[in-house]
Design a protein around this ligand. Structure first.
Ligand code: SDX
Length: 435
């Protein structure tokens, strides 16, 4: 860490009985400082204990910064609001991968490289045939992305920077193609090949919704909305799936296998699966007059029901992505002339929750998943595809964080320890003597 070499390193003291130890404190560019406890066990014989890693920094990173209290999200220092408003998703991909916004020439070159990697290996088509048509598309994505290393051996040597970048471009380029294939396979329609004269989001919409029987012209408003949704979901610091990718990558596993691990982790309803769960919840509530009943359940400590799309481990204020997602939701519904009663439920649920003492006290606000489901359903995606779209967008974040870890000279194999509360050593009893 650059701060490690700083002259004015602060020290934290730990006292246990008559012994005390010192641990260095490092300051980041912005945000909380960290206490380096990497030598704690060697010096004290005790571990830290932090289930869920609520107070643990797992790495040093320069990619994404979140201020949960202020509702701030920066990709390489640029506010998400500016990137979503003024740039496009591939510009954000370039920024996350290279650390700087591209010049016009760099952007043209990057777009061209991604565009010319969007086709999948033709034999991948047969891979899909092994799945049932009703397989959840996240299961298909996990399997297919993990299988990419079987097709692209020439970009699995993680020690070769050129291969690392080729694998990164391939993942960003092929993720939408595989996602569209998973969707087409689930509805029994033929796969649609990418077209190089379309931008990233338009290409994806066409691969999902075009059929051989007629021309498909992507709606520019929907394509812009899709592109912005990808930007909003591109990266998010050390969330559960990114931490999974980093942990898998720390063993030296190939990048495709690491991204597949990230997809599997994202699937959970507490994480990326929340967009699917949030729409299902809104559907279950059904109408504005039933909201109080569900708010009551969400507040009941004896009821496991939670308002999906609400709350966040880091954001204790409004998720900045949710605001942009809400605006995009209105744009899409207006463009399509859709009047979705679930949007009225969502808006009223948000209004009630933001004025309810329970949610205020626990600092629970809508997160990125709260409005995305309504938007994606209006665009024609089935609920089961929502988390797949999240995975398409997050692929660049996972791969950028994976690259940063591989290129970090201080990176080590990730291997946490534990507090063991099981049985102490005991003698083996032959079965004849067990009662
Ligand atoms: C994503 O980490 C990331 O960056 C993730 C993500 C990304 O871009 O990668 O932002 C994407 O995953 C967004 C989050 C999507 N998940 C959901 O919307 C699922 C619903 N939300 C919750 O499950 C919950 O808010 C979590 C899991 C997101 C965060 O929970 P924490 O930080 O572990 O907090 P907690 O579970 O300890 O909750 C604190 C309190 C608890 O009450 P007490 O035990 O203190 O009495 O708040 C309550 C919880 O019961 N609470 C909720 C609630 N979320 C938390 N009560 C009702 N509804 C909710 N949604």
């Amino acid at each position: 860490m650059d701060a490690k070499t700083g002259a004015n390193i602060k020290i934290a003291k730990l006292t246990l009985g008559d012994k005390s130890w010192s641990f260095p404190i490092y300051d980041g560019t912005v945000g909380p400082s960290v206490m380096d406890v990497s030598k704690l066990y060697a010096e004290t014989g005790i571990f830290t204990y932090d289930p869920g890693f609520t107070s643990t920094g797992s790495c040093e990173s320069k990619i994404t910064y979140i201020d949960g209290d202020a509702g701030v999200l920066l990709y390489r220092g640029y506010p998400i609001e500016d990137l979503a408003e003024h740039g496009d998703f591939l510009e954000t991909c370039y920024l996350l991968l290279y650390g700087e916004l591209p010049t016009a020439a760099q952007k043209e070159n990057f777009d061209d490289r991604v565009t010319h990697h969007t086709m999948g290996h033709e034999q991948m088509m047969r891979f899909f045939q092994g799945f049932r048509r009703d397989a959840h598309p996240m299961a298909v994505m996990t399997g297919c992305v993990g299988a990419l290393s079987a097709f692209y051996h020439d970009s699995t040597d993680i020690t070769d920077p050129t291969q690392r970048m080729v694998a990164s471009i391939r993942m960003i380029a092929k993720s939408p193609t595989l996602a569209a294939m998973a969707y087409k396979y689930s509805i029994g329609q033929p796969f649609v090949y990418p077209k190089n004269d379309l931008d990233y989001a338009s290409n994806f919409l066409r691969m999902c919704f075009a059929v051989p029987c007629e021309e498909y012209k992507p709606n520019p408003v929907l394509a812009r909305a899709m592109d912005r949704i990808f930007t909003l979901h591109a990266d998010h610091e050390q969330n559960a799936s990114t931490s999974t990718v980093r942990l898998a990558g720390s063993t030296g596993a190939n990048p495709f296998a690491c991204i597949a691990a990230g997809i599997a982790c994202l699937w959970g309803p507490a994480h990326g699966g929340a967009n699917e769960a949030a729409l299902k919840m809104l559907g279950e509530i059904g109408s504005v007059d039933r909201i109080p009943e569900y708010v009551k359940r969400a507040k009941d400590p004896n009821d496991s029901f939670r308002l999906m799309g609400f709350g966040h481990r880091v954001y204790k204020h409004y998720d900045p992505r949710a605001k942009i997602m809400q605006k995009t939701c209105h744009e899409v519904l207006n463009e399509l002339g859709v009047n979705d009663p679930l949007l009225d439920v969502a808006l009223e649920l948000e209004r009630i929750a933001l004025h309810d003492d329970y949610f205020i006290e626990k600092r629970l606000y809508p997160n990125v998943d709260f409005y995305s489901g309504i938007t994606l359903r209006a665009m024609g995606f089935p609920t089961a595809m929502f988390t797949v779209l999240f995975a398409v967008a997050r692929t660049v974040g996972w791969i950028a964080q994976w690259k940063e870890m591989i290129e970090d000279p201080h990176q080590k194999l990730g291997r946490p320890r534990q507090l063991y509360t099981g049985s102490p050593r005991r003698e083996y009893q032959p079965i004849s003597r067990r009662k």
